[in-house]
Ligand binder design. Structure first.
Ligand code: ATP
Length: 449
């Protein structure tokens, strides 16, 4: 993880928030490559959920919601973590994350000092809206995006004439006052979620729950993620959230071990029933195709962390490779190692880098022209400084799948070198065919390592 964190900083993927002031715990800033990567991951999810499903509509609800929402959802009462402090070293732990014997003996797992009693700690950030800081002005930063979907479910049925089963998808910020934030961007206080809530007829919920488990698994396969680094974890009775009938996490094998990446939950009719109760509004669905049958739908939720997906994709793509056997090419000396991020080309922050072999003799101008031709369709980079081998290494580290090199032959016959990140192979391609060739390579991409 240290290597990934330092690469992320060095290459401008992720910086510590407020670094010049010593950093802000639980918050991170996404740099030029990071925001491109994050946007692409979000884009892939959005396409999967909305464009590829006729019956899933998008939404962008506000972060600030009426405080009653969080009473109805159960978050004010139940969204707590058990907290213990060490009286000696002052470290703070989530009681469910330290060994049971330490908890029983009230012994700090770090220094052996005495632990306090366990107390409940609500994870919601609380603030005040308006100038008066009284109880009437209390407002929360949403701890999940889901509630914005539930309170809009009738609006979307009406505006989009949705019929059950249907879904609502949303990507947005969520905030949790996490007791322990560590492992880089894995668990943070400010993060982003990609959630899809699927509304189904009671009784059909188990079937849809299984269907969404299947679809979410297939999605990661499509992204080219190492499938032996993914597994399912079913929540035991003691793990189930207050609203859940059944829940499975997709876990990824991060450098610190298996951890949750996404949850698929059967939330039953809990949320809509509670909103009906707290708002006094009718939350029933009227099934016009079944003689106006009325019911409160069950909800199957797929809830993924966007920022956690960024970390997963970075870990999954990270590779170090000895390239000595390839040193006959222009790629470096005997003990040459490279760090390479093997992003799927659909996710890579830069799709193609255009590199003139020399700045002079019109090569730079030709390379710039090629860049201009490509940049409307592809995210490109232009780099003319340093030895070509070193420039390839820089692009490997940024995860750029294709490099296009303009050399003297290019001037003679209008061809360029297309170099592939993963295999480091190089082929000669007519300039006029470049855009089509890139399209074909991206569509047919298969990860080789
Ligand atoms: P945990 O038990 O690890 O605190 P959770 O089970 O409460 O997490 P969910 O409420 O199911 O998490 O959230 C859905 C998804 O949102 C998670 O799978 C994760 O990807 C993401 N997520 C949740 N909390 C955080 C966080 N603090 N930082 C980053 N991502 C998060």
């Amino acid at each position: 993880m240290e290597k990934i964190t330092s690469l992320a900083k060095r290459r401008g993927f992720v910086f510590q928030s407020s670094e010049i002031y010593g950093g802000q715990n639980g918050a991170w800033d996404y740099g030029p490559l990071g925001i491109e990567l994050k946007n692409r991951i979000a884009g892939a999810w959005w396409k999967e959920m909305t464009r590829l499903h006729d019956n899933i509509a998008g939404l962008d609800a506000a972060i600030l919601m009426h405080p009653r929402v969080w009473e109805a959802s159960g978050h004010v009462e139940n969204f707590t973590d058990p907290l213990v402090d060490c009286k000696k070293c002052k470290l703070r732990f989530r009681a469910d994350m330290i060994p049971e014997e330490n908890l029983a003996a009230k012994k700090c797992p770090d220094c052996g000092g005495e632990l306090t009693d366990t107390r409940k700690f609500n994870l919601m950030f609380k603030s005040h809206i308006g100038p008066a800081e009284d109880t009437a002005s209390v407002i929360y930063l949403r701890p999940e995006t889901a509630q914005g979907i539930y309170v809009n479910y009738k609006n979307i049925i009406q505006s989009n004439r949705m019929k059950i089963p249907f879904g609502i998808a949303q990507i947005g910020k969520a905030f949790r006052n996490e007791i322990v934030t560590k492992n880089f961007i894995f668990r943070t206080c400010e993060f982003e979620q990609m959630e899809m809530q699927y509304f189904v007829k009671p009784g059909a919920d188990e079937e849809w729950f299984n269907e969404w488990r299947k679809q979410r698994w297939a999605y990661y396969e499509k992204l080219g993620v190492k499938m032996d680094h993914l597994r399912w974890h079913q929540h035991g009775k003691d793990e189930l959230a207050h609203y859940a009938k059944d829940a499975y996490d997709i876990e990824y094998l991060f450098p610190m071990g298996w951890r949750e990446l996404e949850g698929v939950h059967n939330r039953t009719d809990y949320d809509l029933r509670r909103h009906a109760q707290f708002s006094g509004k009718d939350m029933q669905y009227i099934d016009q195709d079944a003689g106006n049958e009325r019911y409160i739908p069950y909800i199957i939720e797929t809830s993924a962390g966007l920022t956690r997906n960024v970390l997963m994709i970075l870990c999954d793509a990270y590779d170090e490779e000895q390239v000595a056997e390839k040193s006959a090419s222009s790629e470096g000396g005997a003990d040459d190692w490279r760090t390479v991020l093997r992003f799927h080309p659909d996710l890579a922050p830069v799709t193609a880098a255009i590199l003139p072999l020399m700045k002079k003799d019109g090569l730079a101008e030709m390379a710039q022209d090629i860049r201009n031709e490509l940049q409307d369709d592809y995210s490109t980079d232009y780099d003319q400084s340093g030895a070509i081998g070193r420039r390839y290494r820089r692009q490997d580290e940024a995860g750029t799948p294709f490099c296009i090199t303009v050399d003297y032959q290019s001037k003679d016959d209008n061809t360029v070198t297309l170099r592939f990140r993963d295999s480091m192979e190089q082929v000669r391609v007519p300039r006029s065919e470049l855009a089509a060739r890139l399209k074909q390579e991206i569509k047919g991409y298969k990860r080789i390592k």
